[in-house]
Every structure is written in structure tokens, then in C-alpha cells.
Write a new protein. Structure first.
Length: 598
């Protein structure tokens, strides 16, 4: 009889590893299945009707920036990685291209969506990324808070605060790169554990989580650093840990891994100092885009019950009319209760101070209250605006995203103290009522979205081997967001585009072309002989540079737009969405406006 082969040491070790992973997976599900199910149901309800529209025809969208994010996902999938071109696109601002070093692309979200887009429709993949973000935020905060409270109910409540606060929900529909906030609580959790346990492994994990935040959004990187920095300092000073060798091993491991991983993302940005300065200053709008102080305690206008009651108040909020900064009465009351009664007073004060810091930054350099700006009342933001990380955020109201985790922690600690020494049944009733009341408070109405409709011209153009480049009219930053989405359908270069932070020389070709420079201002050139000669020369130059079509988009036109009337040549294509002209036809009949209209 042949002898049976003895199992090898490596095979035994592999089986042990698989068994250990299986036991860890089972233990995780056993421990967290309840919170996971609750957060999943809450995500479906609070983002309704996303889960009912995963058909590729409906886009979850609270702002036109969404269309640019769809372009990001498409570009990453079809051009960035295949062509190994990560900081430049020749598809935008044809024929010179666009430097994307300062573009607010979320590499993690775009890459994940692009990968998922190989299995499902890319719009479905995009909508799913929002659901994952909202769910992940709630669960990430839960994992952090669970280490601070005695009752699981407090951690669940804190997860709901962080996941479903109105400001975070609306940002997820307008700036999905800002929706994935879960790296903040996870970095905080790993950092705290690394310092308390002198664990190099936890330090490496914390640095990798910070790197994930950086590749997700540079804004989230800033919020993570501003959150974790005070926590790390507090941990170092507690019990004089900073005097121990273990602390410095943790700090060294964290610093080395961060230096290596963050350099990949940040080096292209700092390569051009002048370009970086221009990019920061061009988007810095602190005096007009700050949080209105009254909006922190005013329900959003989208609330199904309170919205109509506060409509006159929210109408004056400016930024917070669209991006509600409501913190919630229940979380604020529980925060005050934690400050007054919690036995972990030092922890509450630490997190409360971090939250207050973020709120003050979100208020900007001067006070805005009920729509009125009080220039004579300077705020702390005015004295720290020179700091590059603060100034680079550009919009002070974004700092509200950083305030949500401290709010969640403090409210959870307050609820945990309130439920202490109560019976299990009482805890269950009070916790259920509190979570239900919180979700009602945070209700933001149906999640906004739009049906994706596009002219069949784009699909036709995609099938042509020599489609040429397009000039989309009217020009401008806001219309270009939609044009970039349409480019993901037709795949042809376009004359314009956007970047999160526009390079100083992006429009040099447009400004140098006589016709495009007028169209950029929303007018046709005059009809005089000299102007017509310049227009003809500009059209010749456009043709030589590969432009073939001028596309007039009907839905982008204002009633007073000069493009509301058809250009003189016969259209190459026309439907309810757009009118298309061949550049060759325009060269025979150059566009112009009578001098009396100058």
C-alpha cells in the first residue's frame, strides 16, 4: 500500500491561518451584526430613493459638481492608469491640455468606482459609492466610540450622528470626495491605541489610514490631522508617555510611513510653488462662504416637517441654505449633559474643544449671523487664515465636516452617562427612542437626484473614427461640469473643462483665439470687416488644431444668451438637447453680432 503523505509544515500553517481568519470573521459578525444591520437600514432610509434607482438612469446629485466626479471616475478607468498619466489630461482644454495636479480628484473613490464599473453600470457604481460612504461613516464612528462607552447604545447613537448629519448627507450628493469621512475616526482610533499600547503595528495602521484619507480628499487629510493632532498630544502628555522609548518608536513608525505614502500624493502639488499659491488664492472665499452661526441650530429647509416653518430664516443663510449645518437639538443637549455629568470629564472636554475649534474655523474670519455679515466682529479664523492647510480649504463651511466627529463622540458620551445604572429594558426603550428622534431631526427629505438624459449625437460621435474635438457653448465653469460628463460618453477632446483648482494658464489658448475669447464672455464677435477677418482667421486656427463641431446646449442657455438664436449655417444635427454645427460650415458663414448690440 502506498504510504500517505505527511502534511507539510507550510500546509498546516496555511490551514491554521485560514481557520484563524474564519474565527475572526465569525466573531466580528457575531459582535457587530446588530449595528451593521441598523446602519444599513438607516442608510437606505436616509438616502432614499437611491436604493430604488440603481438602474443607471438616475444619478444621485445635489450639485453639478457630481457630473465632474463622474468624469473623474471615467478618466481614471480609461486614461489615467492605462496611459500612466495621473496629473494631466489632453482631453480638456484642447489642444494644450490641462494640468490636473490641483484637481480635487478622489483617487480612492474614483479607482473603486472604476473597478466596480467593470461589473455594473458606471452610474450605478457611483450611486453605490455614496451608500458605502454614508454607511462607512456611521460604522467608522461606531468603532471609535465603542472603545469609550459602557453601553453599545451610545456608540450606535454616535455613529448615527456622524453618518447622517444633514451637512454630511448633502455634501455626499454634491462633493462625493468629501462624503468618505470614515478615515477620520479610524485614524483617531488607531492613533489612540498606538500611543496607549506603544504599538508600532497600530502606528503603521494609523499612518496608512491617514494616507487613505489623503488619497480620498486633501480636505479630509486636513480634517484628520486637525482631529488626530490634539488627541496624539494629549496621549503623549498623559502619564508622561512622551518620556518613554515606546512612544518614540510609535512616533518614528508613524512618521516614516506617512512620509513615504503621502509624498506620492503631495509631491506633484508642491513641485510648482507659484502654481500652488495661485491655486490656493483663486479658491479662497472665506468672507462669503462661511457658516452662518444661526444655521447650527436651525433645521434644514429640506426637512419634511420643520422645513416650511423655517423657510424665511434659511432663505438668508447663503451657503447653508444649500448645505445645512444643523447639529441637532438632541446631540447638543447630550453634549451639554456630558460636560456637566460625565465621569470621563477630561475626555469630553478634549473632544468638545476639538469640535469647538472646527466650528470656529467654519464660521470664517468674521461673524455671519442670520444672513448678515458683521465685519467689525473678527473670529479666530481671521488670525489663522495664513496657515496653508487652513487657507487651502478655501471654503470655511467645509470645516463643519470636521466638527461632526467631536459632536458624535460628546453626544454618545452624554447618552452613555444618561443610560448608566438603568435596567436593560429601560436602556433599550430610551436608546431606541433617542435614535429614532435623532433620525427624524436629521431627516433631509428625499435624496436629490436627476434622470440622466443625453442626445444620441454623443453616442454617434463616439462611433466615428475621426470625430474631432468639440467646442461646447455656452462656455463657463458651471456648464463645463456637464460637458465633462458628456465627454465620458463621446470620448472626444473639448475646448474647455474644469479643475478643482484651476491652473493660472489654463485659458491661454482660449484667450489667444479671437472667437473663443468672445464666446468665453458669452457674446459673438462684432460684424465689422476687421472683426470678421479676425473671426475667419480664428476659425482657420481651430480647424488646424482639430476642432470639428460647435455644440450649442439648449439647457445651458439663459433667455438673454446670444446663442439662444441659431447660428447662420444649417445645423449638422439638432434635437431637444442641442444643436450641432460643423466648423467648416461656420468658416463659410462666420458668427457675428451687429455693432448696435455692442
Amino acid at each position: 500500500m502506498p504510504s500517505q503523505r505527511e502534511p507539510t509544515a507550510s500546509g498546516t500553517e496555511t490551514r491554521r491561518t485560514i481557520g484563524a481568519l474564519g474565527r475572526a470573521w465569525f466573531e466580528w459578525l457575531r459582535r457587530d451584526s446588530g449595528p451593521l444591520a441598523l446602519f444599513a437600514v438607516a442608510t437606505a432610509v436616509m438616502t432614499w430613493p437611491i436604493v430604488a434607482n440603481l438602474d443607471g438612469l438616475w444619478l444621485a446629485s445635489h450639485d453639478d459638481d457630481t457630473y465632474a466626479k463622474l468624469w473623474d471616475n471615467w478618466w481614471v478607468a480609461t486614461h489615467a492608469f492605462p496611459e500612466l498619466s495621473f496629473t494631466r489630461s489632453d482631453l480638456l482644454f484642447h489642444p494644450i491640455g490641462l494640468d490636473l495636479s490641483y484637481h480635487s480628484i478622489s483617487w480612492t473613490v474614483a479607482s473603486a468606482s472604476a473597478t466596480l464599473g467593470t461589473v455594473v453600470d458606471r452610474v450605478v457604481a457611483y450611486n453605490l459609492s455614496i451608500l458605502v460612504a454614508v454607511f462607512g461613516n456611521a460604522y467608522g464612528a461606531y468603532l471609535l466610540i465603542r472603545t469609550m462607552v459602557d453601553q453599545r447604545a451610545g456608540a450606535i447613537f454616535g455613529g448615527l450622528v456622524y453618518g447622517f448629519a444633514p451637512y454630511a448627507l448633502t455634501q455626499s450628493g454634491g462633493h462625493p470626495d468629501l462624503a468618505h469621512l470614515f478615515p477620520i475616526p479610524l485614524t483617531a482610533l488607531l492613533t489612540i491605541q498606538a500611543i496607549e499600547r506603544a504599538s508600532v503595528g497600530r502606528a503603521v495602521a494609523a499612518s496608512l489610514m491617514l494616507s487613505l484619507a489623503t488619497f480620498t480628499s486633501l480636505y479630509i487629510m486636513v480634517f484628520t490631522i486637525l482631529t488626530v493632532g490634539p488627541l496624539a498630544l494629549h496621549g503623549a502628555l498623559t502619564r508622561q508617555r512622551w518620556c518613554t522609548a515606546g512612544f518614540w518608536r510609535v512616533a518614528l513608525a508613524f512618521g516614516v510611513v506617512c512620509a513615504v505614502t503621502l509624498a506620492i500624493r503631495l509631491t506633484p502639488i508642491f513641485f510648482d510653488g507659484d502654481g500652488l499659491s495661485f491655486a490656493i488664492e483663486s479658491k479662497y472665499r472665506a468672507d462669503s462662504r462661511q457658516t452662518d452661526l444661526l444655521s447650527l441650530v436651525t433645521p434644514p429647509r429640506f426637512h419634511p416637517v420643520f422645513g416650511p416653518l423655517v423657510a424665511k430664516v434659511t432663505a438668508a443663510f447663503g451657503m447653508n441654505r444649500k448645505w445645512p449645518a444643523y447639529l441637532g437639538a438632541l446631540p447638543l443637549l447630550l453634549t451639554l449633559f456630558a460636560l456637566a455629568r460625565s465621569t470621563a470629564r477630561a475626555r469630553v472636554v478634549l473632544w468638545f474643544s476639538i469640535g469647538v475649534g472646527f466650528v470656529l474655523l467654519s464660521l470664517g474670519p468674521v461673524l455671519r449671523l442670520n444672513g448678515h455679515v458683521y465685519d467689525s466682529i473678527p473670529l479666530p479664523g481671521a488670525f489663522v487664515a495664513w496657515l496653508p492647510p487652513i487657507r487651502a480649504v478655501g471654503r470655511p463651511d467645509y470645516f463643519m465636516l470636521g466638527a461632526l466627529l467631536p459632536l458624535a463622540v460628546c453626544a454618545a458620551l452624554g447618552l452613555d452617562r444618561f443610560l448608566r445604572d438603568r435596567s436593560r429594558r429601560t436602556v433599550a426603550v430610551l436608546a431606541t427612542a433617542g435614535c429614532a428622534l435623532l433620525l427624524f431631526e436629521y431627516s433631509n427629505g428625499p435624496y436629490r437626484g436627476a434622470l440622466l438624459e443625453a442626445s444620441p449625437f454623443h453616442q454617434t460621435l463616439r462611433a466615428e473614427p475621426n470625430g474631432g474635438a468639440l467646442i461646447d457653448l455656452p462656455m463657463g465653469r458651471e456648464p463645463s461640469k456637464r460637458y465633462m460628463y458628456l465627454q465620458s460618453i463621446h470620448g472626444r477632446p473639448i475646448a474647455e473643462g474644469i479643475s478643482g483648482r484651476m491652473p493660472a494658464n489654463a485659458y491661454r489658448y482660449v484667450d489667444a483665439n479671437y472667437l473663443l475669447s468672445h464666446w468665453k464672455r458669452g457674446v459673438h464677435p462684432p460684424c465689422g470687416a476687421a472683426s470678421l477677418a479676425k473671426t475667419a482667421a480664428a476659425l482657420d486656427g481651430l480647424a488646424l488644431d482639430g476642432f470639428r463641431f460647435v455644440v450649442v446646449h439648449h439647457d445651458r442657455l439663459s433667455p438673454t444668451s446670444p446663442f439662444a438664436k441659431r447660428l447662420r449655417p444649417r445645423p449638422h444635427f439638432q434635437d431637444k438637447f442641442l444643436t450641432v454645427y460643423q466648423l467648416e460650415e461656420l468658416r463659410a458663414a462666420p458668427p457675428c453680432r451687429p455693432r448696435r448690440a455692442d
